[in-house]
Structures are given as structure tokens and as C-alpha cells.
Design a protein around this ligand. Structure first.
Ligand code: G3P
Ligand code: CA
Length: 232
């Protein structure tokens, strides 16, 4: 079976990560989904940026959680792109591709659930077009309680020793794991428990082939065009 291709932070290898420019690029590639990161800024809006600080990806300096939306919007996130709001990304995508929203921090679940509910009510998305993930598992469980119709992905950096049963009781759609943690045994045990396995971040064709042979369900890549066959 073909592995599903998810554009990591958009098409981060070819455009400034987590920008509307990058998400538009993924939509042209024929990828399965777009992945991006959300955080709450000082004035309460959900913004799309990976790091706790703006320093690496913009021309500014400071902590996202301590900056107002106006301050964040004044920054250049690359090629004159602004740091987008979650709502702007959803408006751009408008149900044309699935979105994987990674909750980067505590305090993001409630507002995310409220926004996703509204986009479904407005007929712009269906719940099964949303996959919500997080390394912050309590925040993810809170989100699931608030928005039980959405698909959930548990992000893990390391596979625990007793992995066969660790996640069996959780109502999740996928386990999203680090490239270094992927093994055939883990994929098989996940499939036995009805979880899909997605692997981040896969940019090299050799890794792609190795994971395909393991039976991995999909990958996150900074270069979605490199791995998509049917471009639209
Ligand atoms: O969701 C997969 C991947 O995005 C997780 O790692 O650090 O790129 O957010 P990171
Ligand atoms: Ca991410």
C-alpha cells in the first residue's frame, strides 16, 4: 500500500515553514495532508509557529506566549510572509486537503476545539479532515474530551519497552513516531491494536523505501513533492 505523505510544517524544505506560502505549495503537490504547529500568543489567538521563540523563523526576537498578535504580525516569517493565525490556514485550505494540527503547548486545546467545531458548523470542513496531535499528552486528552469527533494522534519521541499494550486502551487514530524509533515489530504491534503509524521527519528516499517495507502508513516530510506521485 502507498504511504500517505504529510507536508511537515507545510513544505518546509522548499518554502518558509508554517507559512501560507508553504501550505499553498503542499496543496499543489498532491499530498495527503498538511502538518503545522499551533501556540497561543499573549493576546489569546492561536498562531502557527513551531518554536516557543520567534527568533529562528522570523526577523524578531521573543517568546510567542509573551507577544501580542500585533507584535507577531509585524514580523517577517520569510519571503515577506506573516506568522499565520490558525483560522487563516483553515480559510486557505477550505477543506481541500486534510490538516494535522499539532498542539505545541498547554492552553491550546479549548480554543482549537472551538475553532474546529465552528469550521465544521460552517460546512468548510468535516471532522475526519482534522487530525490533532501533541507531545503534550494531557493537552491532547483534554482536546479529545472537548472535540470527540476529531481524529487524534499521539506524538512520541521514543517507543516505550512495553509498547504492545501501552496505547491499546487509548482512543487514538495514529501514533506519530520519530524516524529513529521505527521498527517492523512496532508497526506490527500498532496495527494489531488498530493504530496507524506515521513517521517524522523523512526526507531521504532510502528512509522512505525502508519505512514502506516496514508497513508504515505515512510519513511527514519537508519535501512533499519529492514523494508524491499524483500531483494535481
Ligand atoms: O508531527 C510530527 C512532527 O511535526 C513533530 O515534530 O518538532 O517537527 O513539531 P516537530
Ligand atoms: Ca510539528
Amino acid at each position: 500500500m502507498q504511504m500517505k505523505i504529510i507536508g511537515h510544517r507545510g513544505s518546509a524544505g522548499t518554502t518558509p515553514e508554517n507559512t501560507l506560502l508553504s501550505f499553498a505549495e503542499v496543496m499543489k503537490s498532491g499530498a495527503y495532508a498538511i502538518e503545522f504547529d499551533v501556540q497561543k500568543c499573549a493576546t489569546g489567538q492561536l498562531v502557527v509557529i513551531h518554536d516557543p521563540r520567534v527568533d529562528r523563523t522570523t526577523n524578531g526576537s521573543g517568546l510567542v506566549r509573551e507577544m501580542s498578535l500585533d507584535e507577531l504580525r509585524a514580523l517577517d516569517a520569510g519571503k515577506n510572509e506573516q506568522i499565520p493565525l490558525l483560522t487563516e490556514v483553515l480559510d486557505l485550505v477550505a477543506g481541500r486537503i486534510k490538516v494535522n494540527i499539532e498542539l505545541k503547548s498547554l492552553g491550546t486545546a479549548a480554543k482549537t476545539a472551538e475553532i474546529l467545531d465552528q469550521y465544521v458548523i460552517d460546512g468548510k470542513f468535516t471532522y475526519d479532515q482534522f487530525l490533532v496531535s501533541s507531545f503534550v499528552h494531557p493537552e491532547l486528552m483534554l482536546f479529545q474530551a472537548l472535540c470527540p469527533q476529531c481524529l487524534i494522534a499521539l506524538l512520541i519521541a521514543h517507543v516505550p519497552a512495553n509498547h504492545a499494550d501501552t496505547y491499546a486502551q487509548m482512543n487514538i487514530w495514529s501514533l506519530n513516531i520519530n524516524l529513529n524509533s521505527a521498527s517492523e515489530a512496532f508497526v506490527q504491534s500498532a496495527h494489531k491494536n488498530n493504530f496507524q503509524i506515521f513517521v517524522y521527519t523523512v526526507n531521504h528516499p532510502d528512509d522512505f523505501l525502508r519505512l514502506q517495507q516496514m508497513g508504515v502508513d505515512g510519513i511527514f516530510t519537508d519535501y512533499p513533492s519529492r514523494f508524491c506521485q499524483d500531483k494535481s
